[in-house]
Design a protein around this ligand. Sequence first.
Ligand code: F6R
Length: 640
Amino acid sequence: MKLNNTTKIKFKPAGQLEETRFEKIHNVVFNNSNEASITVAHEIAKLIKDKAKENKPCVLGLATGSSPIRIYEELIRLHKEEGLSFSNVISFNLDEYWSMQSDNLQSYHYFMHEYLFDHIDILPENIHVPDGTVQPDEVNQYCIDYDLKIKSYGGLDFQLLGIGRTGHIGFNEPGSHYNSGTRSITLNHITREDAAPAFLGIKNVPRRAITMGISTIKSAKRIILLGWGANKATVLQKTIEGEITSQIPATYLQNHQNTTFVLDEEASSELTRIKTPWLVTSCVWNDELKKKAIFWLCEKQQKPILKLTDKDFNDNGMSNLLASEGRAYDLNIKIFNALQHTITGWPGGKPNADDSHRPERATPIKKRVIIFSPHPDDDVISMGGTFDRLVEQGHEVHIVYQTSGNIAVSDEEALKFAEVTKSLQIKDLVIDKIINDIKKKTPNQIDTKETRHLKGKIRRAESLAATRFLGLPDKNVHFLDLPFYETGTVKKKNLSDQDITIVKNIIQKIQPHQIYAAGDLADPHGTHKVCLDAIFAAIDVLKPEKFMNNCWVWLYRGAWYEWESHEIDMVVPMSPDQVLKKRLAIFYHQSQKDGVMFQGDDAREFWVRAEDRNRETAKKYHDLGMADYAAMEAFKRYYF
Ligand code: F6R
């Protein structure tokens, strides 16, 4: 499939291979979603201008959700700074919850105005978002009219899409028919779970919606689907490489002649050409690719590294690797050693030991260490075992909690603390106010400042209980309460200089030899990513300072994913006792136990996820031929 020649915008892939025979939809992979979004915005802008030159309207199909936000920001910039006019644009949005008042903060109507329409010169009468208030007996006719209206403008010139983890486009959930028109539908449970954080709980997420149909979408002359982040990788692989099926409605786009999927690296990670390039072409082998291929081969052949044979390599597209390296025997030993050298029980470096094959330096023997934790519990969930070892091995460990984490405390939990405080009969009007505010709160209402303050304090107290349990003095625990987080809603402010300065100041004050940070690159709008961006920006400013020459940065992953084995530069094994100790540390975060507010799509509690994940990492190492440990925490080094 080809790009529309009239668009002229060049999509520049991020250095990966071109599409392969496995792929049935044209797709382009960018280094990151920011670069990709700017390119897409410029294609839209060009279309609007071309149409304007011809004195024609430009009919745009628009999407909501997290994926298109950066595109809308760039379009607004083009309008404000480069005079792009939207006066010839007619817009039709894909969908709206039903029933839903248009002034509800969660409505797509509200979203579109907030993120785009209020900042550009589109004429209000040219905006169409399905009406979430339409009466049940009128909804059928309303939907037919929506499609007719699109047709009356000559059809959609361009349709922007995101993709749900169910494979939905618009709200065409699994089971949708390829020739469906605009209609009311029932939302899939996974989709409702994904929307739950924004609605502060799944119980508040509507069950129904109005959506453009598959045939409505497919009638667009040009379609771009956006895919960002690792949690879209599986569905994108199935959509791009699988058979057309109503169970993954996005696969219907395989039949559309002018569709491009625009992906970031994480979202593309399951595509055959990215995941196992040796199966589709002859590769240029660097060390990381060698490891990746060999670990994959071990899994496929169910063999540890040292048992792989020449035949295993040749049968699985790796004959040119063998040709350049000699025998399987030599290659196996090389990779085996490299993997073994990532294992250490001394995350801060082993004193007085030869460190030439260890992940960390032996000196200085006592290191200053900062562990950044985006929320007040990521430290113990993601690296509780390593944290414990660093303290035990005498390093000066500082825990830095980046955000207050207040929105993740439930009203019931906050009320419990407020009522206990009140029962002490301390005369405090603030407590009365908090109790009143929580009791009067309606669904989706933002907490008052006082309630948020209490919720933040609850998380602080829990964090201190956990850090004390792991032997850390309170003076080494720092709470940054970064301003970008303090909105009281899931939607956060953009990272500001103020946030970066706060992070920079603490690094400068402690002058660490090691920084640990949550390396969650997946979700472009998630708190972890913003917290990481703040650290990277601060490091960038501090780079010229002398102490930074001795500072190594280690990235751990948050609660959801682990590094792939070939990405790991250091693993810290844990004994069964250490696993238990880590579990107890996590337990101190009581407000995040037993049915937490932001559970995600994984029903396991955080401590269970952490243990499963650490056990799996250890098992993977064992399967590759390493010693059999109970659990392991993994880190990747970040070079600046
Ligand atoms: C939005 C829409 C949905 C989203 C999809 C992905 O109007 O129709 O199909 O595009 O759920 O959502 P995000 O972008 O939030 O991952």
